[in-house]
Write a protein that binds this ligand. Sequence first.
Ligand SMILES: *Cc1c(COP(=O)(O)O)cnc(C)c1O
Length: 369
Amino acid sequence: MAKTHETILEINLKSLEHNFNYLRSKISGNTKIMGVVKAFAYGSDSVKIAQKLQDLGIDFFAVAYTHEGISLRKGGISKPILVLHPQSANFEEIIQHCLTPSIYSKYVLKHFIASAEAHKQKHYPIHLKLNTGLNRLGFDPDEVNYILTQLNDTKSVKIEGIFSHLAASEDPGEKDFTIQQIETYKKVSQKISEGLHYKPTQHLCNTSGIINYPEAHFDMVRTGIGLYGFGNSAEEDKKLIPVASLKTIISQIHHIKKGESVGYNRKFKAEKDSKTATLPLGHADGINRIYGAQKTNVLINGKLAPIIGNVCMDMLMIDISGIDCKEGDEVILFGKEKSAEEFANNAGTISYELITSISQRVKRKIIES
Ligand SMILES: *Cc1c(COP(=O)(O)O)cnc(C)c1O
């Protein structure tokens, strides 16, 4: 692979294909896959990722917000798109762009039905979101009768899917809680199906749910982080390939004396004569200040170098004492060769937060093979 001459986020579609095939091998042939491409496909490029997944035969997409779904439609995505967290102000656009709303509260149900009726819709597909213990979004189990009364009173919408979200599917220590969530989901969705006299598509598992709870795959699974190459465990990480690699170069090298400081507020003070390098990316690119102060490392010519001092808006500095390197050399923050999970964990956060934070200022480079 050609070395970079500036800060770029490489997005490897072959790695995406590998991850998709791996996740598909974990589910039965009848189970559908929903690719979660919210937040610019976890900080990569939502249209390019969704196009590739559509070519690979994915069944459904999910985004968090309505405008993310509209961007996919404008990018030529024709498969169904679930909007996980729409607001009532978005309902007209949802209908215009044939997006599927997640309906998670009485308020949202009432307003979506009114909107569908106003736009003369018949059997407009919606997915019901149930709260089974995450206590974030969703109907509580005791709201089933309300839902059924509303639904049986209108022909404008149709429940195409019923879903819920697991709170701790990656955590073996919370297995009992997860099993409880699965049981609640089964019971409540069955009660709704009986009241409707047809069976909507059931989906519950995210990536870790796919891996840890095969008995809970139902009709469809929703995967985000797995597609991008992370399995929330060292074991699974080995089987997946990170799709995004953040690379940059050394802009300038400094030789500093013991006692000199580096960067704003003189946060780093050299304990010995040192060699430092300045890199052309900073917190405005998504490398937040939590990664400074020697919490985490970057990779140069096969050697690890700590990020020192305060991360600046457009730059950060690293300690390259003892590393053979020169200005213009490539620096890898994370990617195939260096785990984003580790980069994030070292600073007290998780890969999800790191990769979705890479800002739109960083150029994306799509690698097809
Ligand atoms: C983001 C999200 C997912 C994807 O979860 P991963 O852990 O990235 O696989 C699935 N379902 C819902 C409701 C989500 O918000």
